[in-house]
Design a protein around this ligand. Sequence first.
Ligand code: GLC
Length: 425
Amino acid sequence: MPTIGFDDCVAVIRANDIGNYTVPTHGLYPFQWNWDSCLTALGQAHFDEARAWTEIDTLFANQWEDGMVPHIVFHKQDDGYFPGPEVWRTNRPTPTSGITQPPVAGFAVRRLFERAKDRSLAEERARALLPRIHAWHEWFFRCRDPQGSGLVAILHPWESGRDNAIDWDAALERVPTDGVMPFTRRDLLHADPDHRPTQAQYERYIALVQLFRGLGWKNETLHHASPFKVVDPGFNAILFRSCADLADLADELGEPTIATSARARATTGVEALEGLWSDECRQYLCFDRSIGERIDSHSVGGLLSAFAPIPAQRAADIAARIQELANVASFLVPSHDPTDHRYDGRRYWRGPTWLIVNYMIADGLSTARQKTVAERIVADSLRLIEESGFAEYYDPQTGEPCGGGRFTWTAAIAMEFLASSQGAQ
Ligand code: GLC
C-alpha cells in the first residue's frame, strides 16, 4: 500500500492555493493556468467541493467575449515569470495571455458534477458553466478549423500544453525570428536548464506572441496569419472528450440544444481523427497544416487520443503500443518514444512522464476495457509519487523528479489515483 496519503496531497494543493485560484507551483508558475486549474479541481473536490467549483469559475470569469478561455490569467503582478502581461498586451480587465490550452473543462465539470455530494451546489455551478464551456468549444471550431475539417489547429506550441514536444520542432523551425524582442527568461531561475526548453525555441515562442499581438489578438485572423499551425491528436482528443461529456451533462441538466450540438461535434471529430492514424507507428500522428504533411514524431500526443471515444480497435492498438513502451521505460508513459534519437528523458515534454497525461490515458483505456495497461499506468504513477514526491514531471527511466517541485496538479492527480486504487471513486 502506498505510504503517501490524501493528507500529503491536500497539503501541496493548499500550499499553492491563493484563495479563488491555485498556482501550479510557487516561483516557476505564479499565476492561474487553464488546464492546470481544471484538473486541480478534481483533486480539490475530494476535500472541498465548493472550492473545486470556484477554481473553474475563476478561470471562466476571464473568458473572452469571443469564447476563448486564455491559457494564463495574470491575477497579480509577478516579475518572476516571463512573458508577463506587458508582453502579451491583450487589453483585458484582468490581464491574460492571448492563446488557449487543452480544453479539459468539459470533462472536469462533468466529473465534478457526477461525483458531487452537494447536489444543489453542483447543479447551480454546472448550469452556469455549461453555456460558457460550449461557447469555448464553438470558438475552437470557428477560429481553429475555418475549413470545417472537424479537427482544430494549435497556433502556438504552448497551446498544446506540451510546450517543447519534438512534434513541433520542424514547424517551429520555420517561424522567423528576425525582429524578436530582446528578453530575459525567468524560468531558468527556478528550474535546471537541462530540464527546460532551449533558447532557440524560446525565441520562436516569443516571435509568435509578437506576431499575434501585432494583429490585435483578433482570433478570426490568426489561423490564416500564423506560420505555425499544427493539428495535435492529443489536443483534439481532449476537445472531443469534453464535447461528449458536455453533451451528457447538458442532457442531465435538460439543455437539449447544447447536447445535440456538442454530441455532433464529438462524433464528427472522432471520425476525422481517423485520418491521423498511422498503421505503421500504431498511434495517431500530428499534422502540419501549414505544409499539409504528417509529422514524423512518436510522442504521447498520439496515445493521449485514447481519452476520446475512439473506436475499440484503436484503443486496443494504443494499449499494445504502450505495453511495448514498457520494455524501454521503467515508468509509463514517456512523453516521447525512448528509442528515438531525439528523446531526452529529463527535458520537459521531450521524454519525461507526466501524471496528468497518465491520468487521461488510463481513464480512456479503462473505459475501453483495456484494464491491464490502464492499471499498469496507475501503478507506475503511484510509484513515482512514492519514490520522487509531487514533481512537475519525471525521468521515465530513473524516476528522477524534474522541473518544479510540490506541483499542484500532480498532487490532484495523485488523489485521483489513490481514490481509484482504493476503490473509493
Ligand atoms: C508548462 C506546461 C503546461 C502547464 C504549465 C503550468 O507550461 O507545459 O502544460 O500548463 O507549465 O503548469
